[in-house]
Design a protein around this ligand. Structure first.
Ligand code: HEM
Length: 188
């Protein structure tokens, strides 16, 4: 074979390699996903569940559940709004924590899904039904705007008990989600 023919074959090979490489690049574009609020709360990193040392739990879910549980306790002691939770509080006082566990799970699942968690689903009532005493006998009366404000203050306190301070950007984002639900919860 002539030298020029070999050269042109080699050049052709070089060009097709470049084309294949660029095709490959186009076929498999890098997937760039924006971090979610759930990611900033700890994401899917598995850690030991402090409530059950033989189980693992996603750090993001653990952060949320810890804040929720603390907030439920803050609400229980808050005379501005604890009357709404009278069914729950009577149960707990009588030593029955099943309602507390169910509320903790539903609230945590709700917030987890709302902040971008992928491995959880919310199976409770929608926000209107959950806060309408006619549809949820565990809701003792209709919440007013003032009650909602108290709920938000208690949530910030619950977060603070877990080292999440009011200037934390994740808490600010969460507060914005909570605020967006005001009209569904306050139904007067
Ligand atoms: C954006 C704010 C709020 C969110 C995301 C929220 C979320 C929830 C969720 C997910 C449930 C459980 C529903 C179910 O199990 O099917 C629930 C129940 C309840 N919520 Fe809210 N809530 C909010 C604000 C409030 C406020 C302001 C009050 C009253 C002042 C309130 C009082 C209650 C009560 C009494 C229950 C029933 C608790 C029980 O199971 O014993 N919530 N809420």
């Amino acid at each position: 074979m002539k030298r020029t023919a070999i050269l042109s074959i080699l050049m052709g090979l070089a060009i097709s390699t470049v084309v294949i490489q660029s095709c490959k690049k186009n076929d498999t574009p890098a997937v760039v996903t924006k971090p979610t609020l759930y990611d900033s709360l700890g994401s899917t990193t598995m850690v030991t569940d402090p409530k059950n040392s033989s189980a693992k739990i996603e750090q993001g879910y653990l952060t949320i559940r810890s804040v929720i549980d603390s907030t439920i306790f803050v609400i229980a002691a808050d005379d501005n709004i604890n009357k709404f939770f009278n069914v729950l509080l009577m149960e707990v006082t009588a030593g029955n924590t099943s309602g507390f566990s169910a509320l903790s799970k539903n609230l945590s699942d709700f917030v987890a899904v709302g902040t971008g968690a992928k491995n959880f689903t919310y199976g409770g009532k929608n926000m209107v039904a959950a806060h309408d005493p006619a549809q949820n006998p565990r809701m003792n009366g209709k919440a007013m705007n003032d009650d909602f404000d108290s709920f938000e203050v208690d949530l910030v306190k619950g977060a603070g008990q877990n080292g999440i301070m009011p200037d934390n950007p994740a808490l600010k984002s969460l507060a914005a989600i909570v605020e967006s639900l005001r009209t569904q919860v306050v139904q007067n």
